[in-house]
Design a protein around this ligand. Structure first.
Ligand code: FE2
Length: 238
């Protein structure tokens, strides 16, 4: 069984530290297709202190146009929808640009948190994105923080908040983290999965292997649940 949607990727060409060319993007998307992924969310990095939102959106659109022109000649590749990996900053919940950075115009937005610890006010601001902007934060790659002590407390701290949690496929494929990943998934503390792919070598698309680990360790129903949630989030896209 396949994971249908890759929720976190850097497949857009030439916009961040991900794909550096249209050709590389197409190869990455081919890998995604081979692994059964039918929709890929492009989530280039957005840092508010480096780039104005308007400039970012302009650059993203230019990269999208270049990629779509190439995709048109290759109907077997996954659909690509636009999003952003928005690095958290103080005052984010009051920002006027957030809706423009949401995933394909839905009420979901991928947020990259700074390194822990996360003081109470930071967690409150994360929840405020939902309260003030009607956008549900998807907290990116929570497994990134496994190198910090007591990382499982981060899952606990986020559990009561109006957010979803995304982890990377590598959390499931890594032999050191696999059991913890499966345990958190079974407990319902992981909602979405992304490859966070950047290239074909050091950080390639790896959703297929993660799907196999999940199917073996948590059963097909766990993948069905992830797929249903993913499709529900994207259902408004016309
Ligand atoms: Fe990323």
């Amino acid at each position: 069984m396949h994971i249908a949607v890759d929720f976190h990727t850097h497949v857009l060409p030439g916009i961040d530290d991900g794909s550096q060319s249209v050709a590389e993007s197409l190869q990455m998307l081919r890998k995604e297709a081979e692994q059964g992924v039918h929709t890929v969310v492009a989530t280039p990095h957005f840092y508010a202190h480096r780039t104005a939102p308007r400039q970012f959106l302009q650059e993203r659109q230019e990269a999208e146009v270049r990629l779509r022109a190439a995709l048109a000649g290759d109907p077997g590749l996954p659909a690509v929808v636009m999003g952003a990996e928005v690095h958290f900053y103080e005052g984010i919940s009051d920002s006027e640009c957030l809706r423009d950075l949401s995933i394909a115009g839905t009420e979901y937005i991928l947020i990259e948190m700074p390194d822990p610890p996360w003081p109470e006010r930071r967690l409150r601001e994360l929840a405020d994105i939902r309260q003030k902007q009607d956008l549900t934060p998807i907290v990116a790659h929570l497994d990134r923080y496994v190198r910090f002590p007591f990382y499982s407390r981060l899952f606990e701290a986020l559990a009561p908040l109006p957010v979803l949690i995304q982890t990377n496929a590598g959390f499931f494929t890594g032999w050191k983290t696999r059991q913890a990943a499966l345990r958190l998934l079974r407990r319902g503390q992981i909602h979405l999965i992304g490859s966070d792919c950047h290239n074909l070598t050091s950080r390639p698309p790896d959703m297929g292997l993660a799907a196999r680990v999940i199917e073996n360790g948590a059963g097909m129903a766990a993948i069905e649940k992830i797929n249903a949630r993913s499709l529900d989030i994207l259902k408004k896209i016309g």
